[in-house]
Write a protein that binds this ligand. Structure first.
Ligand code: ARG
Length: 566
């Protein structure tokens, strides 16, 4: 595939000796208004060294440039050099690349196999997997797919919240009020119920708290009964969580959660003490972070027990030792921003240069739009309930609109769950957003089903036409604005994916999928495809086929299936 930005950089390089080829290439952009051109080079930066106005520089360049076949025109407009590509060359170049590379189109090896840890979801044992968890879970899974696509060597970690004093409370509650059979039937709500009851009762009877503390100490000391109960809670919870992950198509390479580090804490404490980073404060140990504008970090409590913070320090060290990561990414809500700033600073104070490779990818909150869903237990909305509801509603829609569709159940699953996931990833991650099931399931507007529907529409055209991608294709006929726009968007796919990974922002890919779907639908609306004229028909089919491939690739990166019929 021709690298147009590079061709332009090569043209300009002799005229701009002060910049390297790569620097020039990086400046080449896509004009917002495509009537202006397909690529643009801004001359503003050169103004100082060349002591001329940008527009004058642009005009001088235009006079000196000899265009190659791949470019149709160059113009100087408001300080930019605006290039238009030659339609037939451009379409041929892009569509042939898509059709040859298929599911790999858009991928690359910029990642150079660099070890990249992505930690996401990290739900808490014995607690609801609620709607709020969708963010970390899906942003993380999407980033993992994007990083894989770009040739990184990724490790997906679920840092389960499976340790801490709350397990002492749960053990006490279970021993007092727990009924094994009831809990096994529907573990999470039942465990939540007795946990809530513990807190209510403890207000009247503070001795319960002491008992809970002593059970947690037992757990820390590997007391068989404590370990047995804790294991039971964990296994039951994971069974439920894995059911949700299956529905979402989310997988992990490791479930090493907080408990995994319980025997790795001593080493980190020794190191902190040896390097004199911790200091005693009223019996506890803290790291003073005032010089860095942060409150002190608590490392051990008065009773010697460790904390969430301590476990994160141990986990980061373990990951460095085990995986020797190039980057260690944490997809965790903005509420924990300070926590991450604190422990990453502590790693730096410990003298580990890799602290700069630990990245907190934060995100805003998700709330529920009024009336969107009623809650099942208390005011927690279980993610699984939302997914099931979405699938159920989708099936109703299919039964109404396309009752003869084969494999309805599986299509409904792809669309229903895809809709929820897409709405999640369509919002840029730092924004808060309100989830609405109705909006999500709309086949119109900027939704997952809309993109999936566009893909299925392309599949349907191709089924009817029996297109052969190896036939001779005259790309020059794709000269109408709608066709050109589709090709232009197809060409951008790799750039989009690279941008998404740089900013840890799956939203960029989701947005792209909608742009492509919209452009494709305009093309489909403006042009008849199965026309008599063989050359026209074939070229348009090549465009349909390429769009189908790229829609599917983009959907995959944002964790959606692409059903062929719906
Ligand atoms: N389990 C935690 C929570 O629900 C999130 C864990 C985030 N990851 C970490 N390494 N601290 O709040």
């Amino acid at each position: 595939m021709i690298d147009y930005k590079m061709s332009i950089a090569e043209l300009l390089h002799p005229l701009v000796p002060s910049m390297t080829l790569e620097e020039i290439r990086n400046l080449v952009e896509h004009p917002k208004n495509t009537d202006m051109g397909d690529y643009a080079f801004p001359c503003f930066k050169l103004s100082k060294e060349m002591r001329q106005a940008p527009q004058v520089i642009a005009q001088t360049f235009v006079d000196q440039i000899n265009l190659p076949d791949t470019l149709a025109s160059v113009e100087a407009i408001s300080g930019f050099l605006n290039f238009k590509v030659s339609t037939s060359h451009f379409a041929q170049n892009i569509l042939e690349a898509v059709m040859a590379q298929k599911e790999y189109y858009g991928s690359s090896d910029v990642g150079e196999d660099k070890k990249t840890i992505i930690e996401y979801s990290s739900v808490n044992i014995a607690k609801p997997f609620h709607m709020g968890h969708i963010r970390s879970t899906m942003i993380g899974e999407s980033l993992r797919r994007i990083y894989d696509f770009l040739g990184y060597d990724t490790v997906a970690i679920n840092h389960l919240g499976d340790y801490g004093t709350q397990f002492g409370k749960l053990i006490v509650a279970f021993k007092l009020w727990g009924d094994r059979e009831t809990i096994e039937k529907d573990p999470i709500p039942e465990l939540l119920k007795i946990y809530v009851k513990f807190h209510q009762e403890a207000e009247e009877n503070p001795e319960l708290e002491d008992e809970a503390r002593s059970w947690f100490t037992k757990l820390e000391n590997n007391d068989p009964e404590a370990v047995e109960l804790w294991t039971l809670f964990k296994e039951m919870s994971l069974k439920v969580f894995n059911r949700v992950y299956d529905k979402l198509g989310v997988t992990f390479d490791s479930y090493a959660g907080e408990s995994f580090y319980s025997d790795k804490m001593q080493a980190i404490l020794d190191e902190l003490r040896e390097k004199k980073i911790v200091q005693k404060s009223e019996g506890a140990e803290i790291v003073d972070l005032e010089p860095y504008g942060m409150p002190p970090a608590l490392i051990t409590k008065k009773d010697g027990s460790t904390l969430y913070m301590t476990r994160d320090l141990a986990a980061a060290k373990y990951r460095k030792d085990t995986y020797d990561f190039d980057k260690n990414i944490y997809v965790v809500g903005s509420a924990q921003k300070l926590h991450f700033q604190q422990w990453i600073k502590i790693v730096e104070l410990m003298g580990h240069a890799w602290s700069k490779d630990c990245v907190h990818v934060e995100f805003g909150m998700v709330s529920l739009e009024e009336g969107s869903l009623s809650t099942r237990k208390g005011n927690v909305v279980f993610l699984e309930d939302v997914l099931d509801k979405a699938v159920e509603k989708t099936l109703e829609i299919i039964n109404e609109k396309n009752p003869d569709l084969s494999d309805k159940a599986s299509v409904a699953k792809s669309i229903g769950i895809g809709a929820v996931v897409f709405q999640e990833l369509y919002t840029s991650r730092t924004k808060d957003y309100a989830f609405s099931l109705d909006k999500t399931l709309s086949f119109e507007g900027e939704t997952g089903p809309y993109v999936q529907y566009t893909h299925a529409r392309a599949c349907s055209v191709l089924r009817k036409a029996e297109f052969d991608p190896l036939s001779d294709i005259e790309y020059g006929v794709l000269s109408d604005p709608a066709s050109k726009e589709v090709v232009r968007i197809l060409a951008k796919f790799n750039e989009i994916v690279v941008l998404a990974h740089k900013n840890y922002e799956p939203h960029t890919v989701a947005r792209y999928a909608v742009d492509l779907a919209q452009a494709f639908n305009r093309f489909y609306h403006d042009n008849s495809i199965l026309v008599e004229d063989k050359a026209l028909r074939n070229a348009r089919l090549a465009l349909v086929y390429s769009s189908k491939i790229v829609l599917k690739n983009a959907l995959h990166l944002v964790c959606l299936d692409a059903p062929e019929q719906m």
